[in-house]
Design a protein. Structure first.
Length: 321
């Protein structure tokens, strides 16, 4: 992901001296995303990721994230896992910032997922939800529906600069979402960032998930809505109903949805599009100068908002006309 914090050879050697991972062979910054500083680390005995956690990730939340990754892996879910040092500690510090070394998860992500990929991804998401059952730690969704109006008020000027008239449109969307937001749906630990670049495949089959740094406890169906937006829109902005049906079918092959969950998908998908529009809008103007990053275009999710606004029953797989 984004590289905001550099690391010297001496600092890397000192960090690795606490582990039984051998001497470092190479360290390469990975310029994807905007959340943390990630490096592909090769040592004498294997490949790993070194993550230095930047401002958005609160240090107090790291035990939840790292513990969840261990919990999932211990229950057979293919997840990258934090590596403990000789003292059993996974959380370290680099330049005063929290850091962790994470196991390398084999597999490939896909840039243009097919319906078959969507089915596998849906089944993988249900597997994740099931594997996370019983995880004893709790973390509220601080980027959930209750936070969106307050988030937008600090970004309204940026929205208007991005596209004249957009601020009023977003405020109307927020009111509509709030008025229809469901309550009482089944909850559990959700990934909350289940995008194609965070899901790996091997031979066309689901091979694992990474990047749990937005994970929290919320409605399980909200995680499906995030995935529908991330996996089922085409580059031209159209919603691929075939892919959406495949994703839901894959999910229900492991965990059937209740009637209430299925009925809630339209507003959940509208809300999920709002959440990513807001965080992308924030990141669009907040990327540090000189950072090796690729901030994601908020207008991609503004276009998805427009689809959900004009065709509110689309994710129920009806006729958008």
């Amino acid at each position: 992901m984004a590289v905001y914090t550099d690391i010297t050879d001496e600092e890397l050697t000192e960090l690795l001296s606490a582990f039984d991972l051998g001497a470092p062979v190479s360290l390469k910054g990975v310029a994807e995303g905007v959340e943390n500083s990630n490096f592909l680390l090769e040592t004498e005995i294997g490949r790993y990721f070194l993550t230095i956690y930047e401002k958005r990730v609160r240090e107090a939340d790291l035990p939840f994230f790292l513990g969840l990754m261990h919990w999932l892996a211990d229950r057979g879910f293919p997840s990258a896992t934090p590596i403990a040092d000789r003292r059993g500690e996974t959380l370290k510090r680099v330049r005063g910032k929290p850091a962790a070394i994470i196991s390398f998860l084999p597999g490939l992500s896909v840039r243009r997922p097919t319906a078959a990929h969507c089915r596998e991804a849906g089944a993988g998401l249900a597997w994740l939800h099931q594997a996370a059952e019983g995880y004893p730690n709790r973390r509220a969704n601080d980027l959930g529906q209750a936070a969106w109006t307050g988030m937008f008020e600090g970004l309204a000027g940026d929205a208007e600069a991005l596209k004249p008239g957009l601020a009023a449109t977003i405020r109307a969307d927020l009111e509509r979402i709030a008025a229809n937001w469901p309550a009482g749906l089944p909850t559990g630990v959700i990934h909350e960032d289940y995008f194609p670049d965070n899901v790996f495949f091997h031979g066309g089959r689901f091979a694992g998930a990474i990047d749990f740094y937005f994970a929290c406890v919320d409605a399980l169906a909200y995680d499906i809505a995030v995935a529908l937006n991330a996996w089922c829109f085409e580059p031209d902005g159209s919603f691929n109903i075939t892919s959406a049906r495949a994703l839901i079918g894959g999910y229900e092959s492991r965990r059937p949805l209740s009637d209430a969950e299925r009925a809630a998908l339209p507003v959940l998908a509208h809300g999920a599009a709002m959440r990513f529009f807001l965080t992308r809008l924030h990141d669009w103007g907040a990327t540090p100068a000189g950072a090796l990053v690729r901030p994601k275009d908020p207008l991609e999710y503004e276009r998805k908002l427009a689809v959900h606004r004009s065709a509110p029953d689309l994710v129920l797989f009806g006729d958008p006309a």
